[in-house]
Design a protein around this ligand. Sequence first.
Ligand code: G3H
Ligand code: 13P
Ligand code: ZN
Length: 317
Amino acid sequence: MTLCTTRQLVPTKELLQNALKGKYAVGAYNVNNMEILQAIVEAADELKAPLILQVSAGARKYASQAYLIKLVEAALNSSTIPIALHLDHGEDVEICKACIDGGFSSVMIDGSKHTFEENIAMTKKVVDYAHPRGISVEAELGRLAGVEDNISVSEKDAIYTNPREAKEFIERTGVDSLAIAIGTSHGAYKFKNEPKLDFERLEAIKAAISADYPLVLHGSSSVPEELVKICNDYGAQIPGAKGVPEFMFPEAIKRGIAKINIDTDLRLAFTGGIRKHFVENPGHFDPRQYLGPARAAVKELVKHKIQILGTDGKAAV
Ligand code: G3H
Ligand code: 13P
Ligand code: ZN
C-alpha cells in the first residue's frame, strides 16, 4: 500500500547514515494518538529536524494501523521535513510484513529474547522481505536491562551486547541498524542507583563493526525531574523514577549511536499536562480543553530533545 500523499516517507537507513556523517542522532518518538503525533511533527518541523515516528504493537492495537497511517499521511502533508514511519519492537516476521505492506518505511524485528541463531534467522527473513521493497530493518541483540553494581562480569556479559556477536549478526543478516544493550531499559525506573551506561562496551561494539554502521539506543528517556514533579504534584504516584541523564547522549552519539528511542518522556509530559489542567480547571470536561495543553507540553519536550540530540537544522542535509 502506498500513502495518499505527494510526499513520501523515507527509510530510516537514509536518515541514520546522514546522522552518522553529521555526528548527531535522530530521535525516534512513539506515537499513540493524534495529539502526540501533532506535537512531535510540529516540533520537528519548526526546528527543521529529520524525524522517526514509531508505532509499537500496542499502539497498533490501540489506535489501529489504518488510523495511524492516515494520521501520518496528514503529518507528511502538513510538514516539510523528512519523516520515517517505523515499527517499534516487531515480535515476529508477520507483524513486520503487515507494516511493510501497510506503508511503513522501516521496521524493527525484535528477536532479542530468542537464541542468537533464532534471532539471526527471523531477522534475515524480514530483511529478505523488506530490502527488495526499499524498507529499512532494525534488529536487537542483547537484553535491555540496568544491572546492579555488584553483578559479576559473566552475568553482565550474558545481558549486554557482545561485540563479536554484533559483528557476526550484522554480517549474516544484512540488517540496516542494530539496537544494542549497554544498560538502558524501558520505562520510568531505569536505575536503582547512579545511572550508568557501559560506554566501553559501546566502543568495543563500534570497533568490531564497520565505522559507518548505525547503532540504536532504546530505553533512552531521561525521565526529567520537572515532568515527574508536575505529575506527582497533581495527583500521580511515580516515586523514585530515574532515566538516562542528558549529558550521556553526546557521549553515546560520539561512539556511534544514530537513533535514540523516546516514549516514556512523552507519556510523562502528556500526563502531566492533563493532570495539571484537571486540577486547575475542575469544571472543564471538553477534551480539547485538556488535550490541548497536554499536546503543547509534548511539543515543548520534543523541541528540547531535538536540541539535545543535535538534530535541529539537519532536515536539509
Ligand atoms: O519500547 C516500548 C515502547 O515504549 C512502546 O511501549 O508497547 O506500551 O506501546 P508500548
Ligand atoms: P523509554 O521507555 O525510555 O522512553 O524507551 C522507549 C523505547 O525504547 C521504545 O522502543
Ligand atoms: Zn524499545
